[in-house]
Design a protein around this ligand. Structure first.
Ligand code: FRU
Length: 502
């Protein structure tokens, strides 16, 4: 029974133990913004995470504030996250917090935008110079079809963020290179580029472009450093007096669904893809946490999306979104099932524990009743039991005494005529000490050993007197009395009459 209880408990413990399917690693994600491109990145990370149940993500968004992002990174450090993924708002401003995390021993993956310095573990991001090159090639392509210099407006991202700088540098370097080679050969017109800051936001881009168009009526091309700003610029052109629909050609960057849709709808003309690579970030994190080899610097490819590529791409986005929704549904159902299984198992554990407790209580009560009963029974029958035991003891004792008396009688009777029959003789014949002889003879006969011997002699004498012709004198002598007178005295005392009177 004890074994059953132990097994039940062990099983319960095992079941409780099995519920602990907890992730081992807590990963902090510090996002500078919460726009469509970053939502895509977050979704990719969440999807990849399904394959890494050992990790758990905790995402904090800085909404474009360097101070907030630094505070959020510091809080991750205080919470001792196992790894930090950071997409810095501005390279220099966020560097101190990233350095603090790195120096605290937390592996840091810098994603998309870089930080100043090299105190981080791995970088994963797009090729921003190449993005700039694609912008420039598009501008140069349009310029090639025109006899006058092309007026281009560049809408840049946040100036302190590395993609804004690198995209601009990449674009200007490519244009400069083409200008250099063309200036030498012919007098072809060159594009004139001016820049305004859109800070990565559609609303900011809208405002700066509206302002710009108030004073510049000859803009033909706008290159915005992301799709959101490109759409903002398109809306600014639409809403500005003197700029008809389609008269300004606009390029964006990112190639997210929103941008591709804008290309299909004719709002913007093209976009350069800028991969968000959330899946790669998670697999790299998994490698780092598992202390496996990983790539220190990953630069991802980019490509141009025009109307020809945009249609199938949009289709792909739609299909992917359906797939994602299905996956989310499946995952939600799985989660629900898992929760149900958990609840059922927890209920089962409670039931098992309750049954075990009931079982133990019942066992306890039974043992208690058994004990009480024993006590009661003992109390009630104990006196009787003692009596019986005592009687039994007495019986056993008297049985021994009877045997002793028998043996003693035999010895005494066999030596009645022997003058040596005395206490010592009896003691050695019965193998008892003098004291023992006195005690035992007294116990079984109620008299001392000498008295007993004399009585047995007197009884034999009486028998002889009755059954033989022997005289009193002869009998007294035969049975070792010192004199006939003494025999007569003893006889009278014992039988109450003289031997002659028999
Ligand atoms: C999103 C975004 C993208 C851009 C990237 C640069 O927050 O502005 O549109 O390509 O960041 O870091």
């Amino acid at each position: 029974m004890r074994n059953t209880i132990i097994i039940t408990f062990l099983l319960s413990l095992l079941m409780v133990g099995c519920t602990c399917r907890q992730p081992h690693y807590r990963v902090g994600v510090s996002q500078c913004l919460d726009d469509a491109w970053r939502q895509k990145m977050n979704e990719e990370m969440a999807r990849e995470l399904l394959l890494h149940p050992e990790m758990e993500l905790c995402t904090r968004i800085a909404y474009g504030s360097n101070a907030l992002q630094c505070a959020q990174i510091d809080s991750f450090v205080r919470e001792h996250v196992d790894l930090l993924i950071v997409s810095p708002n501005e390279a220099e401003a966020v560097r101190p917090a990233v350095t603090r995390a790195y120096r605290a021993g937390i592996p840091v993956i810098v994603a998309d935008r870089r930080v100043v310095g090299n105190e981080w573990t791995s970088f994963i991001g797009g090729d921003n110079r190449r993005v700039g090159e694609l912008m420039a090639q598009w501008i140069l392509g349009i310029q090639a079809t025109s006899s006058k210099p092309l007026h281009v407006l560049e809408v840049t991202g946040l100036p302190g963020s590395t993609p804004a700088t690198l995209r601009h540098e990449g674009m200007m370097a490519t244009i400069a290179k083409s200008q250099k080679s063309k200036v030498e050969s012919s007098k072809e017109p060159q594009p004139v580029i001016e820049s305004v800051m859109g800070n990565w936001y559609k609303e900011d881009a809208y405002k700066v472009v509206v302002d710009y168009l108030r004073t510049h009526k000859d803009i033909e091309v706008i290159v915005a450093q992301n799709d959101l700003m490109a759409i903002g610029a398109a809306e600014a052109v639409r809403d500005s007096k003197g700029y008809g629909n389609g008269s300004v050609r606009i390029m964006g960057v990112d190639g997210i669904m929103l941008g591709v849709q804008a290309i299909v709808d004719g709002v913007i003309e093209c976009s350069a893809t800028y991969p968000s690579c959330g899946d790669l970030i998670i697999t790299t994190a998994a490698h780092i946490l598992a202390k496996e080899p990983f790539v220190h610097d990953t630069i991802l490819e980019t490509m141009m999306v025009d109307i020809t590529a945009a249609r199938p791409m949009l289709q792909q986005f739609i299909t992917r979104q359906h797939e994602l929704e299905t996956m989310e549904l499946v995952s939600a159902q799985y989660e629900l099932r898992w929760q149900k299984v958990n609840t059922d198992r927890n209920r089962l554990i409670v039931v098992v524990v309750l049954i075990s407790l009931l079982f133990l209580s019942a066992l306890g009560i039974l043992l208690w009743i058994q004990m009480r009963l024993k006590i009661e029974i003992r109390k009630e029958i104990w006196p009787q039991l003692t009596e019986v035991e005592q009687t039994l003891e007495t019986i056993q004792l008297s049985q021994r005494d009877v045997a002793f008396a028998e043996r003693m009688k035999h010895i005494v009777d066999d030596h009645l005529t022997d003058p040596n029959l005395n206490v010592e003789f009896l003691g050695s014949a019965l193998q008892l000490s003098r004291t023992q002889i006195f005690r035992r003879v007294k116990a079984v006969t109620g008299k001392g050993p000498l008295d007993y011997i004399r009585e047995r002699r007197l009884q034999r004498a009486d028998e002889l007197l009755r059954t033989t012709d022997m005289t009193i004198q002869q009998v007294a002598l035969e049975l070792c009395f010192s004199s006939p007178g003494y025999f007569t005295k003893c006889y009278k005392e014992f039988f109450g009459k003289l031997p002659s009177e028999r």
